[in-house]
Design a binder for this molecule. Structure first.
Ligand code: HEC
Ligand code: HEC
Length: 255
């Protein structure tokens, strides 16, 4: 605890580069990983998240719910219908008037179109489907032109720069002002959500972006927002706008 506190305070004292990351310096933190982890991410046969994607492909074709329809019955070949979709999520959903992330969007189809119970956040099935859908956007540039996202992005920007938790830190202090520095054994990343869902070695599992953000909030000694909360959706929308133009790498591997 004291060591963490000292680290946090030394970060506060001496920002390496205050302010937003210049566009020319923006990059995925895949490049800061060891050659072994980069190779694991790049090779579908070695990337453990491929198992989740494969199971997701199975679910894509499986009928479910009172409508007895599969995703494929309506959306056909995911390589065509889902190409580029993950690159522009969270997205504004006109039906509910809300901003939804990919997990919430998939669950909306589960309940409204399939007539099935929504899948729990971080459940194996939801991660399978999300990984499979996200994979169809690999290499696509992140970005959405939908102006209806603006309020969520603005709210996310405020949450990102607000100090919170017992250590009185903000996301920005680490990810805008001190990226590239060592924090314990980890290098502080720029925090671009290019690879989600990710396979994280520490989890021995695939997990969502919200799970990753909860980990950071626990590290800040802050009370994590609830899964699916407006705060998390806003943070996700802001992070995606901040990563505009970077290619989707899902599913990425992280230490
Ligand atoms: C009965 C038909 C039907 C089924 C079954 C269905 N969907 Fe959909 N889905 C739609 C329609 C129609 C839309 C777009 C219109 C809307 O906003 O509802 C859509 C939209 C989507 C989107 C957003 C696409 C975008 O461009 O923003 C995703 C992602 C999605 N569905 C995933 C799934 C998944 C995964 C399943 C299976 C678990 C599924 N859907 C099952 C009809 C269906
Ligand atoms: C004390 C510094 C610190 C703070 C404050 C912090 N993080 Fe992080 N964050 C990290 C570190 C370190 C990692 C990488 C962890 C690892 O690899 O073990 C990380 C990882 C991430 C990632 C994953 C990036 C990738 O390449 O997959 C995202 C996204 C992220 N943080 C967002 C946030 C958000 C949003 C907040 C505020 C709610 C926040 N972080 C607060 C240090 C911080």
């Amino acid at each position: 605890m004291m060591r963490r506190m000292a680290l946090a305070l030394s970060l506060l004292a001496a920002p390496a580069a205050a302010g937003e990351i210049p566009a020319a310096e923006r990059r995925s933190d895949t490049v800061t990983m060891s050659p072994e982890l980069r190779a694991m991410q790049a090779d579908d046969m070695a990337n453990p998240a491929s198992l989740w994607a494969l199971d997701g492909q199975g679910l894509w074709g499986a009928r479910a719910g009172s409508a007895d329809k599969s995703c494929a019955d309506c959306h056909g070949d995911a390589r065509v219908s889902m190409k580029g979709v993950a690159a522009r999520y969270p997205a504004f959903d006109a039906n509910s008037g809300r901003v939804l992330d990919l997990e919430a969007r998939i669950n909306q189809c589960r309940s409204d179109r399939q007539g099935a119970a929504p899948l729990a956040m971080e459940s194996r099935e939801l991660l399978n489907l999300t990984t499979f859908v996200a994979l169809q956007s690999r290499g696509e540039p992140i970005g959405s032109q939908d102006l209806r996202l603006a309020p969520a992005i603005e709210k996310g920007r405020q949450l990102f720069s607000a100090r919170q938790g017992q250590l009185n830190l903000s996301c920005a202090i680490c990810h805008d002002d001190n990226w590239g520095r060592k924090l314990g054994s980890a290098t502080v990343p720029q925090a671009h959500p290019t690879g989600y869902p990710i396979y994280r070695l520490e989890w021995q599992s695939v997990g969502s972006l919200q799970r990753r953000l909860r980990n950071c909030m626990v590290g800040m000694r802050a009370e994590p927002y609830a899964f699916g909360s407006d705060e998390f959706i806003a943070l996700e929308a802001f992070l995606m706008s901040r990563a505009q133009g970077l290619p989707v790498e899902a599913p990425a591997v992280r230490p």
